[in-house]
Design a protein around this ligand. Structure first.
Ligand code: NVA
Length: 311
């Protein structure tokens, strides 16, 4: 199966490519479970990782993933290259293309990724989070839902909180691609960007999924299979912290809210979690929470991305 050069947004993948990637992740995960069965699929290959923002899961999973695949990862901290300040994005891209086999970047502006992509011919560009999307997170999320529920098509996934958010955007688009019933409850002024919502709805028409935008969290979680939330203050939103804490207060995922979902519903969060803000501690630590399996799946889903795009 052929794949695009880059993974900038989740809708870079077609349905079959998405499912193929998840299948690859499952195979790699299973093989890792059998001791000594690491696949050196990227022997002698190097991934360079550019970070404009902090990271725990993304950095560790990409770096560990490259080691397990027989390759190597280089970490560039925010101060190291200062994309677009110390030198142009085009010059950074041109240089890295001559030395490495893949570029992963966590950036403030999604346009930075587009610029990296435009200025590289062969080396894949992987979005490790931008203001617009977080596709690698969502691949791990779908792997987790598949493991928990045994299917993706027809699953009802309720997101409660900030709609104008990278994770929400990628979840909506993935739901459109995979035929998921996606409901997002967010306050006025914090809805998904119109272009993302439209694209997700167009994709959903084809896959028989559904994209529903609501304001009332109760309506969104009613009978849902999965309840998902993310921080109210994403990296870069710190200036509006006070205002956000107030506006989002009614959107906290509580034990009472969880009760409205299906009996076997699971709770998901991309982390870092701010206990007592977007979710009650009791939910995070409760039996429905799968957040550590979800975090662990970043490793397996990304190994599939790396193995496929960098081979
Ligand atoms: N929406 C969050 C995701 C963190 C992994 C942020 O952008 O900070």
């Amino acid at each position: 199966m052929s794949f695009p050069k880059d993974l900038l947004g989740i809708a870079d993948l077609t349905g079959p490519q998405f499912l193929n990637l998840l299948k690859t992740a499952q195979i790699l995960k299973k093989e890792l479970g059998k001791k000594g069965k690491n696949q050196p699929l990227l022997h002698n290959k190097t991934l360079v990782m550019i970070f404009e923002k902090p990271s725990l899961r993304t950095r560790v999973s990409f770096e560990t993933g490259m080691t397990q695949l027989g390759g190597h990862a280089i970490y560039l901290a925010p101060a190291d290259i200062q994309l677009g300040v110390r030198e142009t994005i085009a010059d950074v891209a041109g240089t890295l293309e001559k030395m490495t086999d893949g570029i992963m970047a966590r950036v403030f502006k999604h346009e930075t990724l587009l610029e990296l992509s435009k200025n590289t011919k062969k080396v894949p560009i992987i979005n490790g989070l931008s203001d617009l999307e977080h596709p690698c997170q969502i691949l791990a999320d779908m792997l987790t839902i598949l493991e928990e529920k045994g299917r993706l098509k027809g699953i009802s996934l309720a997101f409660v909180g900030d709609g104008e958010n990278n994770v929400t955007h990628s979840l909506a688009l993935a739901s459109g691609i995979l035929g998921i019933d996606f409901r997002v409850a967010s306050p006025k002024g914090f809805k998904m960007l119109p272009q993302v919502s439209e694209q997700a709805k167009i994709l959903a028409k084809k896959s028989k999924g559904q994209i529903t935008e609501l304001e009332n969290p109760k309506e969104a979680v009613e009978n849902a299979d999965v309840i998902y939330t993310d921080t109210w203050i994403s990296m870069g939103d710190e200036k509006t912290r006070k205002k956000r804490l107030k506006i989002f207060k009614p959107y906290q995922v509580t034990q009472a809210l969880m009760k409205l979902a299906k009996k076997g519903a699971i709770f998901m969060h991309d982390m870092p979690v701010y206990r007592g803000n977007e979710v009650e501690s009791a939910v995070i630590d409760g039996p429905k929470s799968v957040i550590f399996d979800q975090a662990g799946n970043r490793l397996h889903a990304q190994k599939a991305v790396l193995a496929i795009l960098m081979k």
